[in-house]
Design a protein around this ligand. Sequence first.
Ligand SMILES: NC(=O)c1ccc[n+]([C@@H]2O[C@H](COP(=O)([O-])OP(=O)(O)OC[C@H]3O[C@@H](n4cnc5c(N)ncnc54)[C@H](O)[C@@H]3O)[C@@H](O)[C@H]2O)c1
Ligand SMILES: O=C(O)C(=O)C[C@]1(C(=O)O)C=C[C@@H](O)C=C1
Length: 307
Amino acid sequence: MKPFERVAMMGIGLINGSLALTLKKAGLAGEIVACARGAGTRARALELGLCDRAVESPAEAVEGADLVVLGTPPAVMGEIAAAMRPGLSGEAIVTDVASIKGRIVNDVIPHLPEPRMFVPGHPVAGTEHSGPDAAFEGLFRRRRCILTPIEDTDPAAVQRIRAMWEKAESSVDVMTPEHHDRVLAITSHLPHLIAYTIVGTVADLEEEAKTEVFKYAAGGFTDFTRIAASDPTMWRDVFLSNREAVLEMLGRFMEDLIGMQRAIRWSQGDPLFELFTRTRAIRRGVIEAGQAYVRKPADGENGGNAD
Ligand SMILES: NC(=O)c1ccc[n+]([C@@H]2O[C@H](COP(=O)([O-])OP(=O)(O)OC[C@H]3O[C@@H](n4cnc5c(N)ncnc54)[C@H](O)[C@@H]3O)[C@@H](O)[C@H]2O)c1
Ligand SMILES: O=C(O)C(=O)C[C@]1(C(=O)O)C=C[C@@H](O)C=C1
């Protein structure tokens, strides 16, 4: 017997597709049913072997499932939960993979027959690519996964989801949804906002200057363009859903940026040198923590969005 006999993947893109491949490879799932609105996405998910069956209706997808994984853009998870309710068993564990947690807890729980069976989760692993073609086995290997159960969450359900991510070779941490959203505001959301902004600044330059940017793009700018190519729907949802924490971190960042501006204006080399020395040490710390990894090269650097 497998740990999960039937898994319903609600949305089948980068994250749920990668999780589906991982569950299959690790022998953790019997049947995998994918739910997607678009016929093209369903056909592609089947073709890529991400699922055994693909259906359009959320209620049909969750019928007989003992595990349901919400893997759509964050803002639609509440409505997907509502739509799957007629087919959902009270014994099924429901989890999600969204990049924000507070909003998901609020949006999803009211629609579940057994709220204590909801284990909110966030694999802190990804790429800038989207859709079923972007999925790959091994995405979660040596990455972190954060679970954010609330007071009422069933500890046995948390344990089963923890075991699932550990089998995917992720290391699992548990914290509150609020704490998660504050931490990720600085480690993930603010960096994306900065990348989107800097690439946007270039996009607004007049044509001649823009051509030069493409021609002489240095490593720094090129790295920002990778992050700024991430899915617009998902990131719009993230910023609007984690507004307070992002605005707080953005405020701090802007103060620090002004400090840099002042140091450059007044030719103060010491604060610049001192900061760049400290940030170098942070890079070393990130490497030592195993968080600086070489991502899988994407075929043709494509992913393509799908629904
Ligand atoms: N991309 C990342 O790096 C990353 C990392 C960790 C967690 N996440 C989270 O995982 C979730 C999925 O992200 P992804 O990168 O796999 O996205 P994705 O675009 O690759 O896949 C999302 C899938 O959801 C479905 N979908 C899209 N819009 C829908 C709609 N309006 N209604 C119903 N279904 C819809 C489609 O099947 C689509 O393929 C998000 O909540 C995101 O916050 C993303
Ligand atoms: O490597 C990337 O492309 C990512 O941005 C992945 C990344 C991040 O590290 O910020 C993006 C969003 C998540 O929710 C988790 C991981």
